[in-house]
Unconditional design. Structure first.
Length: 634
């Protein structure tokens, strides 16, 4: 009789264990099924990828690294590929989707990359947006990998684009591998920072292979499995043991009904979720048998105490922290009388752990429904900017006369650059919103414009190198006497000519004896003495950091004209004068009784028209003292 009783007990244990295994397997099978991770690679195919990184072309280094890394992830990834700059040299819309998001086939994927040739520009901002659309971000966790050797050169704010992607989907991460440890590459760090992705600048193929492997592995393990439902957590009750001899004698005793369980508290639910996600470890048959025997002993003692006191035993709630185990199916022959008798006594129950009090959420915490979410710190949208200026790279800082103008890098609808700020100061020290700007610095007639990408909230410091020099002008006669400043006009032109042979005027009516600040280079100087033809032109070279004194020698004289009835007579009023070259080219017209002109030394044809008659004379003007030209009416 006892043998059949023991076999029946073992059979019930086996059935209970089998039922629990079936419940666990049936519940976990569809829930833990993991879809392949999604990764979109954004590959730089701009012209700069043909440059060398150490001793290897950049685009060939990338080809080799990707081709070597992908075979280990075939079937584990859904991969897509977007490139920019492979078709056109000057287009900012040259973005190609070469591989759609699908199951990774390493060999085919590598073949596509091996056919890419660098050619054009770097529209990184637009490529990030295209990759986000390809990955269909927001549907489930996605990863994007940007491989580039510099920042966007199509006037896009890549940091703002990355922030928009992060705002659209918190499950999306953008990783960046920069080719070369340069300032242009470091500007890409804001893209990965926006989504808490990985940013690394590499200098050689070994570093490239290592970082690429880390990012691919991150995309694989970064996918979180779906969380199991609470129905899986209900363990099937253990079968009741055969009553002992003492329990049989009290067969007529009424045992209390099972105590109803209260609703699960939030702490209980939290602990239960931990159980469902913890890894499971198999146990030995002996340990299973010991646990089953201990539970039966505890249950028998509880029933005895309930029968003696005829009161319901209180239910003690404790937070579960132990790892659940997978219970293997046990054959009835394993659980025998000898095994049950040899089982060790049950260990004392674990004291209940106090349930931690909920922590109040920090300020500025956002909520979704009634559950607090992770605190989101909004990124800074401006940066502290400091600009200074140097005359030369090794020269001193310029402390006065600087005028700063900050423009947006893109033209408005009217085709103009919008002025953001302007200030006259030795240094520009202010805050600017993140973006791309054209910064113009003027120092006299010396000026410099640079395009600056201010894409990080970190303080931005930049010195402008003007490479400027000074020019001081003067004029004198051939005899060394200084010409009156009021009678000389200076014009400064660029050295280069346009398609019509004309020079660009840089400064008109420049003042003599004053320092004029100019960029280093060659300039064409025109010095006009008077208002006629006493013009001297010359080229002058301005050196950076130096003052150039240019004194121009004029060969000219002041000439006074008069029309008389007889030599030495009184000048007749009302005459109209025409001064021309010997070949008849007009130099100047004048009127009055005694007109005066400054003429360059040379030969001239003088005509005077009076009372309908014209009187002519040829004269030669020499440089030196003032001269008089008299025409006598015959």
């Amino acid at each position: 009789m006892n043998e059949f009783a023991l076999r029946g007990t073992a059979l019930r244990c086996t059935l209970g264990v089998t039922v629990m295994i079936a419940a666990l397997l049936s519940a976990h099978a569809p829930i833990n099924a993991r879809q392949p991770a999604r990764l979109v690679i954004i590959l730089d195919a701009s012209a700069s990828m043909e440059d060398k990184l150490v001793n290897e072309l950049k685009y060939k280094l990338v080809r080799k690294a990707i081709s070597n890394a992908l075979p280990a992830y075939g079937g584990k990834l859904q991969a897509g590929l977007i490139t920019f700059g492979r078709n056109s040299r000057k287009s900012c819309k040259d973005i190609s989707r070469l591989v759609g998001l699908k199951q990774l086939k390493p060999k085919a994927f590598a073949n596509v990359i091996n056919n890419i040739k660098p050619k054009g520009k770097s529209p990184i901002g637009a490529s990030l947006a295209a990759a986000a659309d390809l990955a269909n971000i927001g549907s489930r966790p996605s990863h994007m990998l940007l491989i580039a050797d510099g920042s966007d050169n199509c006037s896009a704010n890549i940091c703002a684009t990355a922030n928009l992607i992060a705002k659209r989907s918190k499950q999306t991460k953008i990783h960046v591998i920069g080719l070369g440890k340069t300032s242009a590459v470091n500007r890409l760090s804001c893209v990965s920072n926006a989504t808490n992705g990985i940013f690394t600048a590499v200098d050689n193929s070994a570093e490239m292979a290592t970082v690429l492997k880390v990012i691919l592995q991150t995309a694989i393990i970064g996918e979180e499995p779906a969380k199991p439902t609470l129905a899986v957590l209900a363990r099937p009750p253990l079968p009741n043991p055969r009553p002992t001899a003492k329990a049989t004698a009290r067969r007529t005793t009424k045992f209390p009904k099972s105590v109803p369980l209260p609703a699960r508290s939030p702490a209980r639910l939290k602990a239960t979720k931990v159980i469902a996600q913890a890894p499971m470890e198999p146990e030995t048959t002996a340990a299973l048998t010991q646990k089953a025997t201990s539970r039966r002993a505890e249950q028998t003692d509880t029933q005895k105490a309930s029968a003696d006191t005829k009161t319901q035993a209180p239910v003690v709630w404790q937070q579960i922290t132990e790892k659940p185990t997978i219970i293997a199916e046990v054959a009835p022959s394993v659980i025998s009388a000898s095994t049950a008798a040899a089982a060790a006594p049950a260990p004392p129950p674990t004291p209940a752990k106090p349930i931690a009090k909920p922590i109040a959420p920090p300020p500025n915490t956002t909520f979704l429904g009634d559950k607090p979410s992770i605190e989101v710190t909004l990124p800074e949208t401006s940066a502290k900017v400091t600009f200074g200026a140097l005359i030369t790279e090794q020269g001193k800082a310029i402390e006065s006369g600087l005028f700063w103008r900050i423009y947006k890098s893109r033209k408005d609808n009217e085709g103009r650059y919008k002025l953001v700020k302007s200030i006259e100061a030795p240094r520009f020290d202010d805050k600017l919103p993140l973006g791309v700007y054209l910064v113009n610095l003027s120092w006299g007639r010396s000026h410099l414009t640079e395009k600056l990408d201010i894409l990080s909230s970190k303080p931005f410091v930049h010195n402008f190198i003007l490479n400027a020099g000074g020019l001081r002008l003067g004029a004198r006669h051939l005899d060394g006497s200084v010409l009156p400043a009021s009678k000389v006009i200076y014009r400064i032109y660029s050295d280069e000519r346009d398609q019509f042979g004309k020079r660009r005027l840089i400064l008109d009516n420049a003042k003599p004896a004053r320092t004029i600040r100019l960029n280093a280079g060659i300039y064409h100087i025109a010095s006009l003495y008077g208002t006629a033809n006493a013009l001297i032109e010359t080229d002058i070279t301005i050196e950076a950091g130096k003052l150039t004194d240019a004194v121009i020698n004029h060969s000219a004289s002041k000439v006074t004209f008069k029309l008389v009835n007889k030599p030495g007579g009184e000048a007749l009023a009302g005459a109209i004068w025409r001064i021309s070259s010997p070949d008849g080219k007009l130099i100047k017209n004048a009127g009055g009784a005694l007109p005066s002109l400054i003429l360059a030394a040379g030969d001239y044809q003088i005509n005077a028209k009076y009372s309908g008659r014209t009187f002519s004379r040829k004269v030669t003007i020499e440089s030196g003292d003032p001269a008089y030209v008299e025409l006598v009416i015959e």
